[in-house]
Ligand binder design. Structure first.
Ligand code: ZN
Length: 58
């Protein structure tokens, strides 16, 4: 599923493709500024209950 968030580096709205109902933490590059972002997701069955993004290092 598509999820929209604000990049912590460039503050652009970015779409990310989430694995449906899979709770995970992974790193993905921002498609606008190419900086690495840690993405955390938590699901309760098929409902996304938590979504967070963190900038990785510098
Ligand atoms: Zn960005």
């Amino acid at each position: 599923m598509n999820h929209n968030f604000t990049c912590p580096y460039c503050w652009e709205n970015v779409d990310v493709q989430l694995e449906f109902s899979v709770s995970e933490t992974y790193i993905q590059d921002c498609e606008v500024c190419c900086n690495p972002i840690e993405i955390q997701t938590e699901w309760s069955r098929d409902v996304l209950t938590y979504f967070n993004v963190n900038p990785i290092g510098q």
